[in-house]
Design a binder for this molecule. Structure first.
Ligand code: HEC
Ligand code: HEC
Length: 205
């Protein structure tokens, strides 16, 4: 099944993806680009090969969240960021090789999933987004609106306001980014960057 569909695998890593972290270093910028490319390639592999049994409205084996990355991460089972070998989806795809039941994914598709999970480093991606889009007004030496601790995660958590671990909707930074969409004032973040912030806060304990 996976062989029938053209997909964007490793060949386009590093190319073609826009990101708005405009002032990132070159190394960071290319890491971001390959991260989002791997992510979209991986989501499309999962969508094509797994969603009919594990996606919206289907829950073979009690597993129904293959199209919800954040839920797979917070499950602490299906995806363990940085650790494909410990992630249930990768174990079934490439270790047990019993998913999908009709036969294993191509090696290229399995490798894409592996690299994506291995590279998931939500915290450093999230911090880079905040640094690039918010720190000029809310970081060291700047405190627009009385908020000057965006580069201090511990302080944002301790405030019990800016970041509420496990609860993006209850966190002032996420509310401004993705609910009110009023920050940064120059215009909203890319949806993929807003998702990264959301996934990161959701996974914080
Ligand atoms: C035709 C339906 C079907 C497809 C397609 C399918 N699965 Fe499954 N999956 C099942 C069934 C049935 C089970 C329960 C039996 C078992 O555990 O082997 C299961 C179980 C699982 C489990 C264990 C669930 C748990 O909570 O322990 C994982 C993980 C999994 N599948 C991942 C995948 C992935 C990843 C894909 C795509 C690459 C996929 N499956 C494609 C039917 C499917
Ligand atoms: C160009 C400067 C600027 C940038 C960049 C900026 N902000 Fe702001 N921010 C402000 C100003 C000015 C205020 C106060 C006015 C208001 O509340 O809307 C504010 C207020 C806030 C508040 C409310 C503070 C409080 O204590 O209630 C939050 C939360 C916030 N910003 C988050 C962010 C986040 C997250 C980013 C990056 C995604 C960001 N801001 C980027 C200027 C900026």
């Amino acid at each position: 099944m996976s062989m029938l569909t053209t997909h964007c695998g490793e060949s386009d890593v590093g190319g073609g993806y826009k990101n708005n972290r405009s002032f990132a270093s070159t190394a960071q910028a290319s890491a971001d680009a390959s991260g989002s490319s791997l992510k979209s390639a991986s989501l499309s592999i999962l969508q094509r090969n797994c969603a009919k049994c594990h996606g919206a409205g289907a829950s073979s084996g009690g597993f129904s969240i293959v199209d919800d990355v954040e839920a797979m991460i917070t499950s602490n089972k299906y995806i363990i960021p940085g650790a494909p070998q410990d992630s249930a989806i990768y174990k079934r795809i490439a270790v047990a090789k019993n998913m999908p039941p009709s036969g294993p994914l191509s090696d290229a598709d399995a490798e894409t999933i592996k690299q994506w999970i291995a590279g998931l480093n939500l915290e450093s991606d999230a911090l880079a987004i905040l640094q690039n889009n918010c720190a000029s007004c809310h970081g060291a030496g700047a405190s627009s609106g009385g908020f000057g601790i965006i580069d201090n995660v511990e302080a944002m958590i301790a405030s019990n306001k800016y970041i509420v671990p496990g609860n993006p909707e209850g966190s002032a930074i996420y509310k401004r980014i993705a609910v009110a969409k009023s920050m940064p004032p120059a215009g909203p973040l890319a949806a993929s960057d807003a998702d990264t912030i959301r996934e990161w806060i959701a996974g914080l304990k």
